[in-house]
Design a protein around this ligand. Structure first.
Ligand code: TRP
Ligand code: SF4
Length: 404
């Protein structure tokens, strides 16, 4: 990890949906895998979130958790570089959710678009529940409990990160005001040493007097790099920098995951509900069978009929898997009926099998050692809790709930 990013935290959650497929791999897991080398990462199984919609079928949650985590590990998410855990094993999320619920206006939750959308979409379920309305706030608690700076999410979840920012701002506004705030902040600045304190004051002045955002960024980086100041002092200095009170819960940024380009076997987005997936544990035989039988351009009735890759889902897979040379071969061969569809599919079949091979092997080793997976999750939860408890201590004390 480099110096600039090692103090930044990435957090993301995934609802337990059982075995994952190539859409998850290309859409989410590859991104997580890259982030784990650059940041401190927390990745968790959002089992409570699953309960908000699956409360009447909760058995399926526990069955799915294990399979999903095995697939994370198989895809190269490394428990040595990030913390992997199950949400309900870190009960601190729930306490923060409760505390945040006290300051969250009902209208903020009712206005989250996913609230009404999902109720519409899952009409057969009664989602007029307290838990479902609170879902985005639970997500805010997930994020804020680790003071995550970046949250990788898909487009549909960006509004939840926005809500999180508003809740954090409101929290800081309500509870970040100490009577002697300015004096405490000045004293904290001194603790960084003469040179750094001077720099901090200069940058603060540039930001507050001239709105210099570059200065703000520099000052933030300066604070992030300080090793010798306490958490409380750091919060004061962050808040003092921007002219407010203490920043107890920093506002996270959404890290938009580019929409998954992974097409399914029918050309629609790969998704379990379309029944067009290739799972990460698919055997070479079934990969081959699924791809050989997938539809192609309907214009190619006979081998001698020319086709158009733009009307063919196989072409979309070539765009994920093939190099320029192969792509040119497809374009020319298809339009001139120079190649047959099975021939055209072969490079994709080979590429998918090669991509899945190491994943299948890794998954197999974890399937054979369920204890190891349990241990990874238990350790992950323990480490996550240390961090979550620290935030909760600050939150309780800011809200006047620390009794001695
Ligand atoms: N709501 C997310 C989803 O449905 C999962 C999730 C729960 C999450 N808590 C989170 C994602 C916190 C990012 C951060 O995909
Ligand atoms: Fe699709 Fe390839 Fe057949 Fe053309 S040759 S229709 S691109 S499978």
């Amino acid at each position: 990890m480099n110096l600039v990013t090692q103090n930044q935290r990435v957090l993301s959650g995934m609802r337990p949906t059982g075995k994952l497929h190539l859409g998850h791999y290309h859409g989410v897991l590859k991104n997580w895998q890259r982030l784990q080398h650059e940041y401190q990462c927390f990745f968790f199984v959002a089992d409570w979130h699953a309960l908000t919609t699956e409360y009447d079928n909760s058995q399926i949650i526990s069955e799915s958790v294990h399979d999903m985590v095995i697939d994370w590990l198989a895809a190269g998410i490394n428990p040595g570089s990030c913390k992997l855990f199950i949400q309900s094993q870190v009960p601190e999320h729930a306490e923060l959710h409760l505390l945040l619920s006290m300051i969250t206006p009902l209208g903020w939750l009712e206005r989250v678009p996913t609230y009404k959308d999902q109720q519409e979409k899952l009409k057969e379920k009664d989602l007029a529940t307290y838990g479902f309305l609170g879902y985005p706030l639970l997500q805010s608690a997930d994020i804020l409990i680790y003071r995550a700076t970046q949250v990788p999410v898909g487009e549909d979840q960006v509004v939840h990160v926005e809500l999180t920012r508003e809740v954090a701002r409101r929290f800081n506004h309500l509870y970040g005001r100490e009577p002697d705030f300015a004096e405490k902040a000045e004293a904290a600045a001194k603790k960084m040493g003469k040179k750094n304190a001077k720099l901090y004051h200069e940058l603060r002045r540039s930001y507050q007097e001239q709105g210099d955002h570059e200065a703000l960024e520099k000052a933030r980086a300066l604070l992030t790099d300080q090793q010798n100041i306490t958490l409380g002092d750091r919060e004061r200095l962050f808040g003092y920098l921007e002219g407010g009170g203490k920043i107890i819960l920093p506002e996270p940024q959404a890290l938009l995951t580019p929409a998954a380009k992974m097409p399914g076997l029918d050309g629609q987005k790969m998704s379990k509900s379309y029944n067009n997936t290739i799972s990460l544990r698919e055997t070479p035989e079934t990969v081959e069978k699924k791809l050989r039988t997938m539809p192609t351009d309907p214009a190619r009735v006979r081998r001698t009929d020319a086709g158009d890759p733009d009307n063919c889902p196989v072409w979309q897979l070539h765009q994920v898997y093939s190099n320029d040379e192969v792509k040119t071969w497809v374009q020319e061969g298809c339009r001139s009926a120079g190649i047959g569809c099975l021939e055209c599919k072969q490079p994709v079949i080979d590429a998918v099998i090669a991509e899945l091979k190491p994943m299948r092997e890794r998954a197999q080793s974890f399937i054979e050692e369920p204890e190891l997976v349990r241990k990874i999750l238990a350790e992950g939860a323990e480490e996550a809790r240390d961090s979550a408890k620290e935030t909760l201590r600050e939150v309780r004390s800011a809200m006047g709930l620390s009794y001695k």
